[in-house]
Design a protein around this ligand. Sequence first.
Ligand code: SDX
Length: 363
Amino acid sequence: MSVKPGLEGVVAAETKISHVDGERGRLIYRGHRAEDLARTRSLEEVAFLLWNGVLPDSGERETIRREWASARVLPGYLKDLIAAIPREVEMTDVIRTAVSALGSASFEGPPTREQAIRIAAVLPTIIAFRRHHLAGSEPPEARSDLSHVAHYLYLLRGEVPSPAHVRALETYFVLTAEHGMNASTFAARVVTSTRSDLISAIVAAIGALKGPLHGGAPAGVESMLDEIGAEERIEPWIRKRLERNERLMGFGHRIYKTEDPRAAALREIAVRLAAGEPWFRLAVRVEEEALRLLGEYKPGRRIHTNVEYYAAAVFRAVGLPKELFTPTFICSRIVGWAAHAMEQAESNRLIRPDAVYIGPMPG
Ligand code: SDX
């Protein structure tokens, strides 16, 4: 019995939801290229695809728009709970707590699409309510005429966002909605395999996503760029980290051994929105130097730019603050977590691997 560190290379399930092709750098959602969907589809439509296996027709599109819009209002008790959480508690933990408090008898039993919509639709409202509460401002009244992503930006800013910003953030949401058996999705599947409820599966997934090796990376990319600050500091800053065998945020991936297709798609968006900005020009130079030096320090490791590097650039270009980077990732990945929870619930197998004991035996 040989241990596989990090379960690397272990195939834990068969899935119809997505295919992450690490060698050719492709991401397929239920038979569709994710980048193609990201160009024209909304998160609500892609959630329908991932949860149902087909894209919605025009009638279904109107139905899901209404379903998501009606589920985005925050109940009064949740506003009181969110307001009672101490100021220093970070947003990801506030979301985890608020999602826990959504739990009720209506979430018992196997995960359903209706339950998934009720959680996914209210996440941006939780974030915006908390932001406004901390700022001492009033969030704008919820509207039903804006898409899920447009409404998120509207709640944060108090004004209807530009189509360019909506399309940029919608592209991010669609591209990061689902990614196979990543750590947070695996956490959701483990919880579901015990026949626990969807709220518990999502709370476990949020805890896993928060880590800097996973969904916490975009904020790390932003901090890296802020610390480097100027072209002449790029090489010495990177060399110092690589000499200490530290990880560069936004690079490397367990599956992709070529460029992450999502990074390429988000780079295109960031170029369109921010090509002239000094911070973006620095980000492009840092990427070039990081890839060059990773090749020098980690020869043969095939370490490429991953989704988080240009996610940070898109967030900055649409004006999202660093403390909302991981919370925004939660708002998109909830769709994939719910899809896998529903698929896991169809199986009767409890996920329970083994371990080899290397401790002392009794005399
Ligand atoms: C996401 O799984 C998913 O699909 C995740 C995700 C999704 O959509 O759900 O794609 C989203 O989480 C993307 C990854 C975001 N994280 C980061 O950007 C953090 C930095 N990246 C690394 O921590 C790392 O690349 C991982 C965690 C992403 C992957 O790590 P692996 O596959 O476990 O590889 P490893 O840590 O075992 O590293 C192998 C070698 C090591 O060298 P040695 O110690 O063996 O000499 O490669 C090196 C590492 O030092 N390496 C890096 C590196 N990534 C790997 N060295 C420097 N910087 C890096 N970024």
